[in-house]
Unconditional design. Sequence first.
Length: 199
Amino acid sequence: MLFHDPLPTLDNAELDYFPDWLDRDTADTWFEALLAQTPWQQPELFIHGRYHRTPRLTAWYGEPGARYRYSGRLHEPLSWTPLLAEIRQRVEHQVGQPLNAVLLNYYRDGQDSMGWHNDAEPELGRDPLIASLSLGGCRRFDLRRVGSTRIEYSLTLAHASLLVMRGPTQHHWQHQVAKTRQACAPRLNLTFRLIRFPL
Ligand SMILES: O=C(O)CCC(=O)C(=O)O
Ligand SMILES: [Mn+2]
């Protein structure tokens, strides 16, 4: 963490963005290792009577019992690898609270994406903290108010950066990583969470 960029104040949101949270060598090494080591999956979603492949690859890791529902399915956690345990420790140290699970997302190119959502599942409890580490290609991260269709704020999540969302953010704001026609290098994103009330 070299410096801390203030973001504009959005009501009912608490966001911290650390653009150079990791040194370049560590970020490059983690990116390559995670890309190669992870048993990537592409869950299928059943929406409006049709199956759709999730437009990115994912993996869910956590403490035993840290089940989580995403992409319309319940996912059992994989056990922590030494590398993910090390990353988790660094992130916990930064945010000052325990985290017991992480969703890995792999955006292969600009056509991979994540639609509008908030991370407000009941398992996470009230005011969940989400710590999001980005590695690899840059992507735009958009925010809009719950109930609105207008993008209110966007930031570029760069290689080696950490975005922390906490407080009431998830209850009042949604976020997305939209598809883009711009050339995009492959990107990994790790969102660490604390499952307070396992399913
Ligand atoms: O890829 C990103 O930056 C966002 C990921 C995300 O919102 C999530 O995993 O819930
Ligand atoms: Mn999210």
